[in-house]
Ligand binder design. Sequence first.
Ligand code: SF4
Length: 140
Amino acid sequence: MPASDAGEKQPWWADGLRFSCEGCGRCCRGEPGVVLFTDDEMRLMAHEIGIDVHGFERLYVWRRYGKRSLRERADYDCVFLEGNHDRCAIYRSRPHQCRSFPFWPEVLESEWSWKLFSKTCPGMDRGELHGRLEIESYLS
Ligand code: SF4
């Protein structure tokens, strides 16, 4: 073992975690949430739906806790969740926050929190094995 690893505490998920999205859309609806994004991500989302960033900001963005967030509908569904299909209308350009679920700090905090989130996400604990390096890249 390299000297730098001696005594280093390993995360509980050091051997990787299984996850494959089943596309059910549950994480995109049902409860109030915040979806943050960068300027570059906003440009990509606007490009995907064919409008300029000013139009995008006017139609699809509001402020939550002092930050820009994608809007929600009155029932808290993400504004980009396509009603009958549970599909994301900007899937190819969805921001990092959406791409990195469920590898979020609050989910990975403990095995308990992972299990808690997995009660509402049918893709967790099954399917593709994601290794430590990949998970760490989502966290950085
Ligand atoms: S709840 Fe889980 S399985 Fe369903 S869309 Fe979200 S990430 Fe995918």
